[in-house]
Design a protein around this ligand. Structure first.
Ligand SMILES: NC(=O)c1ccc[n+]([C@@H]2O[C@H](COP(=O)([O-])OP(=O)(O)OC[C@H]3O[C@@H](n4cnc5c(N)ncnc54)[C@H](OP(=O)(O)O)[C@@H]3O)[C@@H](O)[C@H]2O)c1
Length: 171
């Protein structure tokens, strides 16, 4: 089985903030659609706190929730107790689904652990500097080539301007 690429999907403010008090801190409808298109039909890995903040399994995707709590068994998702276990499960599910990638959807703790393994980063660079307690970890920009960028202005649907930016790991 060829391993599916691991893709980190994150929306990051200019000051690095990604969330506060376990919730999203902006209203960006265009980014929600972008997230859907990057994750639909694929396995999606997330930490227990991010799953709590979403509140339900994502439709049309296989959600894998990471927790160290062996008794935690929410309905409608797969549960894994270590990153390598989660990734193995995601690879198997992805192969069964005919997916082209495995998505890693946060939060900060999961991004930090998955970054060294990521093949691609699909970042939404949100041009704002909100306060927040969850921050995207430092990452080695030299290990990635910058790819496509697409800028979007602030609009009635999107409360801040933002840029979709793709980074691919150098081979
Ligand atoms: N802007 C974005 O794109 C974006 C995306 C996602 C999330 N967020 C934000 O990020 C924040 C949440 O991030 P966070 O760092 O606090 O939490 P998180 O990464 O969502 O979840 C952390 C939890 O995952 C489990 N975990 C982590 N590493 C593990 C491992 N190696 N093995 C097993 N379980 C593991 C632990 O669960 P247990 O405690 O149950 O053991 C840990 O408490 C929220 O504010 C959310 O809104 C933003």
């Amino acid at each position: 089985m060829t391993a599916l690429p691991i893709v980190i999907v994150a929306a990051i403010a200019d000051n690095g903030v990604i969330g506060d008090d376990n919730r999203l801190i902006w209203r960006l409808k265009t980014d929600l659609r972008h997230f859907r298109s990057l994750t639909l039909g694929r396995p999606v890995l997330m930490g227990r706190k991010t799953f709590l903040s979403i509140g339900k399994p994502l439709p049309g995707r296989e959600t894998i929730v990471l927790t160290r709590d062996l008794a935690y068994r929410p309905e409608g998702v797969h549960v894994a107790h270590a990153l390598d276990e989660a990734l193995l499960r995601a690879q198997r599910l992805g192969a069964d689904m005919g997916a082209d990638s495995v998505a890693v959807a946060g939060g900060a703790e999961i991004y930090r652990q998955a970054l060294p393994l990521a093949d691609r980063l699909e970042l939404t660079l949100v041009h704002a500097a909100p306060e927040g307690d969850a921050v995207f970890p430092d990452w080695d920009r030299n290990a990635f080539d910058a790819g496509a960028r697409e800028s979007h202005p602030r609009s009635p649907d999107d409360e801040h301007p933002f840029t979709f930016a793709t980074f691919r790991r150098r081979v």
